[in-house]
Write a protein that binds this ligand. Structure first.
Ligand code: PEP
Ligand code: MN
Length: 335
């Protein structure tokens, strides 16, 4: 449930309500907005008398939340969450463009493409150091060496870097280098990993599982937020359907639904979402039209020689073309 405090509620009154809820066994999450304070209480509602709560000094109203997700819900927080990374903001109405190759393949190639995507207008860099591959015989990533290259690219371009963390063991290592940690689609319901990144004080990009419903995806975000990290960015990257022409089916309707049900920012990855580079630009434009907060785009200098995901990677020229169209399309300096 959510306890909405009156505008004039004093710190003592807010503390009193929290104390009462704690005693009844609730987990407390405080949201101190500009207007008023909201107390999120997660626990067994039958253990507290709602009318008694409403009668406490400083309480405006008590709103029960029926949905299975609480802290990520719009009921808990009306305003959009805005996540700050270095001097960039995700979810404030601007469009962040995260770009780079699927995997960090070598220092030279990564630094080169990082500068190319920056010059074209990318606002953040991506690149996998730990790669979740379908085959154990495919390139698995450069691991810590890759993380060091990402850190060097950040120093060179001034752009924040995003990279995937695949298991609990490497959370601390990845968090040491990256500005944003990514939970890959295949790990969306790895609940131990979700709890672990919930303890990190850096933003998390949470990719939608290939077969996850919207509710399952939001519940995965709820794991992270309830473990202590409210900085979650949802990333739609396509789901598995009967269609075989595309690698996945990009579910653009997820954008307005997630925005209605939760207060979290939503970005879209049309590269994994389609698996085909020719579809990346139109789907990126469509995602922006549908109200997303950012895009994640795979870019490689020479896609035909990429160690992973070449067929869905844009060349730097095609990426620059996409950004030119995006700027014209969104028009008002949103980029
Ligand atoms: C990626 O972004 O590198 C990736 C592996 O994506 P996904 O987890 O969406 O397949
Ligand atoms: Mn990829």
């Amino acid at each position: 449930m959510v306890v909405v405090m009156e505008k004039s509620a004093s710190p003592t009154e807010i503390e009193q309500v929290q104390e009462r809820l704690r005693r009844a066994g609730f987990q407390i999450h405080l949201s101190q907005g500009v207007e008023r304070t909201i107390i999120g209480a997660v626990g067994d509602r039958s253990r507290v008398d709602l009318q008694f709560l409403e009668a406490l000094p400083g309480v405006d109203k008590v709103v029960p939340i029926m949905r299975p997700f609480k802290l990520t819900s719009r009921e808990f927080q009306k305003e959009d969450s805005v996540i700050t990374v270095r001097d960039q903001r995700i979810g404030d109405g601007t469009i962040q463009v995260i770009a780079g190759p699927c995997a960090v393949e070598s220092r030279e190639k990564y630094l080169e493409v990082a500068v190319m995507v920056k010059d074209a207008g990318a606002t953040m860099l991506r690149g996998g150091a730990f790669k979740p591959r379908t085959s154990p015989y495919s390139f698995q990533g450069l691991e810590e060496e890759g993380l060091k290259i990402l850190a060097e690219a950040r120093a060179l371009t001034g752009l924040p870097v995003i990279t995937e963390v695949m298991d609990q063991r490497s959370v601390e290592l990845v968090a040491r280098y990256a500005d944003i940690l990514q939970i890959g689609a295949r790990n969306m319901q790895n609940f131990f990993l979700l709890r672990e990144v919930g303890k990190v004080s850096k933003p998390i990009v949470l990719k939608r599982g290939p077969s996850a419903t919207l509710e399952e995806w939001i519940m995965a975000a709820e794991y992270i937020v309830s473990s202590g990290n409210p900085q979650v960015i949802m990333c739609e990257r396509g789901i598995r359907t009967f269609e075989t022409y595309t690698r996945n089916t990009l579910d653009l309707s997820a954008i307005p639904v997630i925005k209605r049900l939760t207060h979290l920012p939503v970005i879209v990855d049309p590269s994994h979402g389609t698996g085909k580079w020719r579809l990346v630009e139109p789907m990126a434009l469509a995602a922006v039209a549908a109200g997303c907060d950012g895009l994640m785009i795979e870019v490689h200098q020479n896609p035909s020689e990429a160690l992973s995901d070449g067929p869905q990677s844009l060349t730097p020229e095609n990426f620059a073309h996409l950004l030119t169209r995006l700027n014209r399309f969104s028009g008002n300096g949103r980029l």
